[in-house]
Unconditional design. Sequence first.
Length: 645
Amino acid sequence: MNMPVDQQAIERDYQIKQQDYLELYQSSLEENDVFWLEKAKTLEWMKAPTQGFEGGFEPGNVNIKWFADGVLNVSTNCIDRHLVQRASDTAIIWEGDSADEDKHISFQELHDEVCKLANALKKLGVEKGDRIAIYMPMIPEAAYAMLACARIGAVHSVIFGGFSPNAIADRVNDCQAKVVITADAGRRGTKSVPLKANVDAALSNNACPSITHVLVFNAVGLDVPMGSVDVDAATILAECDSHCEPEPMAAEDPLFILYTSGSTGKPKGVLHTTGGYLVYAAATHKAVFDYQPGEIYWCAADVGWITGHTYIVYGPLANGATTVMFEGVPTYPDERRIGQIVDKHNINILYTAPTAIRALMAKGEFAGEGSSRESLRLLGSVGEPINPEAWHWYHRVIGNSRCPIVDTWWQTETGGMMITPLPGATEMKPGSATNPFFGIEPELVDNEGKALEGATEGNLIIKRSWPGQARTLWGDHERFEQTYFSTYPGNYFTGDGARRDEDGHYWITGRVDDVLNVSGHRLGTAEIESALVSHPAIAEAAVVGYPHDIKGQGIYVYVIPVAGTEVTDELSKEVVSWVRKELSPIASPDLMQWTPGLPKTRSGKIMRRILRKIAADDFASLGDTSTLADPGIVDTLIENRMNRG
Ligand code: WT7
């Protein structure tokens, strides 16, 4: 399975050399506090921390603190401290949806825009600790909004622009946000996303009573109706000063909430705090990309996800990097776009997701036409396991067979990269995330929690804390403990499975819980099921993932119609658009099977294992079905399975 890879990397004096990794890794574990306090020195503190980690993962008392006596402000670390020498250097290169639009924003401009927006928020009554929802397209103002919150100590909660009004309302209400920052509309390829209209729908009928104002940017020149809570951003910003004193924040003050899907219930408000998060974001960005001053770096994610938070905004800007922000999609106007953007801005480092790579790969060599991509020296992958075929294509076509690839495994909850190669220090293995980052102590355990040794496969846990770790779930610490620390008490459970090879390298095999990874987007089966059963024609639903060539996982939906319903193609189509509208287009069912029943145990539990096998066209190994209340249902399900040709 391991195809040979040309290991020749571009000649470069890498910060961390092969012989250094093991030694540094060992000492990062042995003297963990010393290691991280040293990394903390790369930031600018108003009061330097003297404490490293405090707390523990003990059941009933999960408590995580880093650098607790330190005081700092994230926005001054990302902006002001670079002004001294580099005020006119480019902080953000914005590439528009349309290939003829771009913008360079210097650190000075970034400072002024962020301060103005921070002052505008203050004018709207926002105070330290208030929550602000950000529902924006991929325009620089999205980054300004995040940094403006950080400047005044408000806690942002970015909501991905692809989410529907219901999803917005849920998130706003869970954290009781005071203000929503949005725009008239967003563009993605040929599509326009009606952001302001979605916010209006979310707030209609007083559904979000905590909201006092909606700040509306004009991104595409739409003439949107403005109601009583709406504030035109351009108007208020014109009255705001470009100086704003940064709020001194304790290291453990909240920086942001980001909602992510779990295997049960509503999305979870993952909370990240100030000091530890920024230290971790900066340290991983610098080491994993071997970032050197002056280099142009592009993370092609959306700020609506953790990747955008840590590796478009906070990590790179803390390191004074030039970070590229792309409004559009990699296939618009066609598959050559990524290469063209790389050439246009002389990009050195490209970080993207396997699903994007596979979408380009579907057109063969075409993606490499019309660009040389000679400026590239490093490629990164994130979000899901990268299949070796996609890895090789990425390496050869995008990277001209000369750039190392870092396959970075991490999660919303981990804040930053956890298991990843370091270019120049780690041998490349297509499909393997390889080694733990400094200070990270992974272990593979069996279902009983017994540690597995050597080359093996098991459930991936992390044994000790790291600065970027989520501290809690907003308003629900009990769920935090329950979700992450109760399965293997005393350890953080990732929800992922992994294999470890003879060299000790890790290969992430995917989720072992009921969380799906569709095109790198994380979705809970429970969320999709609850959207489905809210449709009047659906009595019951079960959702599983199945292997999908481009998306990684596709969404396979089993639905039981309400008695007396006539199942038609129109109804199926209507159900698909229902889910898109209720939840999000990213949750759109790929395959839908109407069924009179589901395989359940006598106690009423759905046996998803069987549903997953049927969805994957794998009927040979269904396992024991004798404990089912109605074993006959399995034959019916197989008979009516969706034929995928
Ligand atoms: C889940 C986390 C990491 C930021 C974006 C996604 C999967 C992530 C990899 C990788 C294999 C990966 C895991 C993880 N995942 N990166 N390099 N190789 N799997 O963050 O939405 O919180 O999803 O994405 O299953 O648990 P997220």
